[in-house]
Design a protein around this ligand. Structure first.
Ligand SMILES: O=C(O)CCC(=O)C(=O)O
Length: 283
């Protein structure tokens, strides 16, 4: 009896051993697969879409948690002069609504920078209203700012606070540069190097961001307003983000970055701007 018991025990322990070895092998295979997943960058070219505008598809790279579901994220290169890219579905619907709701009670008439004094002044060039949200203000904003840094490769600390803008029917921002031509505004962080413009709403008609000095062959799509047909333009789409560089890679200013917001013809336009500097911007 005792001998039979030993034999059963022996059999049982060799089965347990076999299961353990198999589990170990499975773990090794899983780790290898995971490793390969990490090593193969989640960015790939979609050959079928390489044409007039080169499209770079970004597979779902969840660099940070976002509030709400985001659609498929991918990057569209829209111009090399200026260097400009559209990140599709950069923000979720919930994040767009969050920014609008936080800013809404505090909106004030937008101003422009006086190039002689460097101070803010009221102007008919810019008829929207807006407000600044302090950098790192809360967890949602920190999350968005981290995502901006990940996509632009510009540290969070180089960015100004997010500015939320609201354009009602007829409101616009005439073409201008985001870089400064005065010394006053470059004291903190140096020159502005790039801008990320996030669209927080769709716009029924008009409200395109336009680059009138962009170089290249741009077809005037029929859905664009007359203003939008006067250069390279981007139609606002909730959640999309437009990144453009105000400086060349050799750190000289890029005049082809001249840009503006076309008048809104129908509907409302909400957007949020992140201006980034060459150095740390103290808040
Ligand atoms: O609203 C737009 O499309 C342009 C905004 C803009 O030019 C800016 O915020 O610097």
């Amino acid at each position: 009896m005792a001998k039979r018991g030993n034999r059963h025990q022996g059999k049982r322990s060799s089965t347990v051993g076999l299961v353990l070895v198999m589990l170990l092998m499975l773990t090794v295979v899983l780790l290898m697969l995971l490793g390969l997943g990490v090593l193969s960058l989640p960015i790939g070219f979609d050959d079928a879409q390489i044409g007039d505008s080169i499209r770079l598809k970004r597979l779902k790279l969840d660099v940070s948690k976002s509030r709400g579901e985001r659609g498929q994220q991918w990057t569209e290169i829209i111009s090399w002069e200026p260097r400009a890219f559209v990140y599709h579905n950069f923000l979720s619907k919930e994040e767009c609504e969050y920014l609008i709701n936080v800013a809404k009670p505090h909106m004030q008439k937008s101003t422009v920078v006086d190039s002689k004094t460097g101070k803010s002044k009221d102007s008919r060039v810019r008829t929207s209203s807006g407000m600044f949200l302090r950098r790192g203000r809360d967890a949602v904003i920190r999350d968005i700012e981290k995502r901006i840094a990940d996509f632009t490769f510009i540290p969070v600390e180089h960015g100004e606070g997010l500015q939320v803008l609201h354009y009602e029917q007829g409101q616009k921002y005439e073409p201008h540069f985001d870089y400064f031509l005065d010394e006053y505004n470059t004291k903190n962080g140096g020159q502005r190097i790039a801008t990320l413009l996030m669209y927080l709403s769709d716009v029924e008609e008009g409200g395109e961001t336009i680059f009138p000095a962009a170089k290249g062959n741009f077809s005037a799509a029929p859905e664009l307003s007359e203003c939008g047909k006067r250069g390279l333009s981007v139609k606002p789409r909730m959640g999309d983000a437009l990144l453009f560089w105000s400086m060349h890679p050799d750190a000289t200013l890029d005049p082809s970055s001249l840009h503006g917001g076309c008048p809104v013809i129908k509907g409302n336009k909400w957007s949020s701007t992140k201006w980034m500097h060459v150095g740390e911007y103290k808040v």
